[in-house]
Each structure stands twice: as structure tokens, then as C-alpha cells.
Design a protein around this ligand. Structure first.
Ligand code: SER
Length: 340
């Protein structure tokens, strides 16, 4: 009996998963199977071929998927985000690191069994960076992939380590190729900035102040922003994030000079976001109530990223700048969502 060729998405019920599943369903080119600890929302569940409810730490469920499906792409999205990981660092390590090595092993076995490399897409993060203080952060500005990689959070350490592990899997098995195995994990990673979606609300991240602000105000609720007005980090609208994942996944291997790529789109301060949101929803209440720990996390993240390599190697080109992201995507979509 032949197994069916599919794309596997872990953490499929999260924000990126939502956008990715919707986008793949529109394309209609890939059958999708998912793995998430929680059942998917019905609107998303009906777009996938098979939904596994379980943990990436459960190797039995991964073996079951291996026996039934021929996976040629893995989008490994499951993770505990940065703020949440600080509350339970050991759990974060288990899920973010051990979960990832389970998936890398899974991809290697998949590739061995069907004979082709498995494209392994791994969303990393600006949390992989760590600037020593706000003065250095503002002085340094745009960072390239190989500088300032001294993460200050468990999540950031996990992401950076898994980037290395992915490269190890891709390279190690290549070196052994002549003997028994051949490299079957085609690992590709994006360092995402804060992602802002109009259709889902994040939970447990530290860049969440931007999306939270917009979603709260659109519902007529007051919002107290947990970082200072001058806080600046890079962001991206979710459709561009999903597009970047798909574009990097489809890029010819020979064009890729790196395993990890920065991607960014705009980098407003918290107060610049507040102004745009207030213009769209006049009379709303957005105040500041700084959370010292979360402020410390974003203060260590870069003010901007240099994504020249992504633009050059695989044609990364975000469609939404700051103005367009708000005027054409976030504000109208969110407005419609809460008017329903
Ligand atoms: N948006 C994520 C977070 O805030 C960063 O990858 O944790």
C-alpha cells in the first residue's frame, strides 16, 4: 500500500499555522496533515486532510505519521513563545528543543524511506539576537544574521540552538553520505520579526503588544501597552510571513547560500503604532503600563534586521510596508472581523 504524499504542519493551530493552512488551501497544490496539542478550529480543520491531536514530544504519534504518510515538506511551527517560556523555562526547552530534534529525526527517516530530501521549514526569530542595552541597540540599527547572536531568553536560546541543529542535520548526514546514509533534511530557516495577523491573536509572545493593541481597540476595549512608547523592533504582516515561508521552501537549493535568513518589513516604535491605531479608531484609549521583564526582552532585540541575503538569494519582497499593512490589511480586516 502506498503512502500519500503530504505536507506536515506542527503547531498548526497557532497564528502562522492558521495563515499557512488557509494559503495552501487556496493554492490547492498540497495535501496538508497537521499535528497540534489542541484540536484545530473547525474553519481550519476542514481545510486539512488529516488532523493529529498530540504532542511533538510523543514519538509514537510521529511514528504513526511516518507509517501512513509520505511527508515531503515539514513546517515545524510548534513552540512556546518568548514571554511564556520565561515562566516555564524547562518546559520551553523540552518543547522547543527536544520537540524540534524529534521532528528533525522524523524528517531524516521520512527522507530515507521515500528517497528524497524533506524540506524542513523552521521559523526562528529576532529573539535569537541579544543586544546588551538600549543604547547599543539604537546605535547598531540593522543587524545581519551573524552578529549579536547572544539571546537573553530561553526561547531565544532554543531558537538559536535549533538553527544550529538544523544545519547539523543537513550537513552531518551529507558527510556520511558515501557510507550508509544520504542527507535527507533540507533545513531552511527564517528569523521572523514580530508577526501581526488580522485574523488571530497571539499568546505568550513579547511582540504581542502591537497585535493586542489593534485587536483590543477594534473591539472598543481600552489597551495598556506593556512596553515604553519608544520601543522599536521589526514587524511583518502575516500574509508576508506566510509568503516568505512558501517562497523559501520553493527556492532552488543551489541559490541558497545560508540556512538561516533574516526577514523584516517595517519597524515602527510602539508609539508610532499607537498613533496609527488611534487615527483608525478615534476616541480609543491606549495607555502605557510597562512590564519591566517584557521590556527587558524587547530592549535586547534589534531595532531592525538586514534582510539583504533573503532578498538576493530567494527574492524575498514583502508587499506590506508600515502604511499599507495598516491601511490595506490590518485595519479593514480587523474592523470587519469584529463587526460581524
Ligand atoms: N513573536 C515572538 C515572541 O514575541 C518572537 O518570535 O515571542
Amino acid at each position: 500500500m502506498l503512502r500519500k504524499p503530504v505536507v506536515l504542519i506542527t503547531g498548526a493551530g497557532g497564528e502562522i499555522g492558521h495563515g499557512l493552512i488557509t494559503r495552501l488551501a487556496e493554492d490547492g497544490t498540497h495535501s496538508v496533515i497537521t499535528l497540534d496539542v489542541r484540536p484545530l478550529e473547525p474553519g481550519i480543520a476542514r481545510l486539512v486532510q488529516r488532523e493529529f491531536v498530540g504532542s511533538i514530544l510523543d514519538t509514537d504519534v510521529l511514528e504513526r505519521i511516518l507509517s501512513e504518510y509520505e511527508v515531503d515538506h515539514v513546517f515545524h511551527l510548534a513552540a512556546l513563545l518568548s514571554t511564556r517560556s520565561e515562566f516555564t523555562p524547562m518546559t520551553a526547552h523540552h518543547v522547543n528543543v527536544e520537540g524540534t530534534i524529534n521532528l528533525l529525526e522524523f524528517a531524516q527517516k521520512q527522507g530515507e524511506s521515500h528517497g528524497r530530501p524533506v524540506v524542513f521549514m523552521y521559523p526562528s526569530s529576532i529573539a535569537a539576537y541579544g543586544l546588551p542595552d538600549v543604547e547599543s541597540k539604537m546605535r547598531v540599527g540593522r543587524v545581519t544574521e551573524n552578529e549579536w547572536t547572544k539571546p537573553t531568553t530561553m526561547y531565544g536560546c532554543n531558537k538559536l540552538y535549533c538553527e544550529h541543529m538544523g544545519r547539523y542535520y543537513a550537513k552531518r548526514y551529507k558527510q556520511l553520505a558515501a557510507e550508509t546514509l544520504s542527507g535527507k533534511v533540507d533545513f531552511r530557516s527564517l528569523r521572523f520579526p514580530g508577526l501581526i495577523s488580522a485574523v488571530t491573536i497571539p499568546s505568550g509572545g513579547t511582540s504581542d503588544y502591537a497585535p493586542e493593541m489593534i485587536h483590543a481597540v477594534a473591539q472598543g476595549k481600552p489597551y495598556a501597552c506593556f512596553v515604553r512608547p519608544d520601543t522599536r523592533i521589526p514587524f511583518m504582516a502575516m500574509p508576508d510571513g506566510v509568503e516568505a515561508l512558501l517562497k523559501l521552501a520553493a527556492a532552488p537549493k543551489g541559490n541558497l547560500n545560508h540556512t538561516v535568513y533574516n526577514v523584516g518589513a517595517f519597524n515602527p516604535s510602539a508609539d508610532e503604532i499607537r498613533q496609527v491605531v488611534l487615527e483608525a479608531f478615534p476616541g480609543s484609549e491606549i495607555t502605557y503600563s510597562v512590564d519591566v521583564k517584557r521590556q527587558g526582552i524587547v530592549d535586547a532585540w534589534p531595532a531592525d534586521v538586514d534582510d539583504t541575503a533573503a532578498r538576493r538569494d530567494w527574492g524575498f519582497a514583502p508587499q506590506y510596508d508600515f502604511k499599507r499593512a495598516f491601511s490595506e490589511y490590518l485595519i479593514p480586516t480587523i474592523r470587519r472581523r469584529y463587526q460581524k
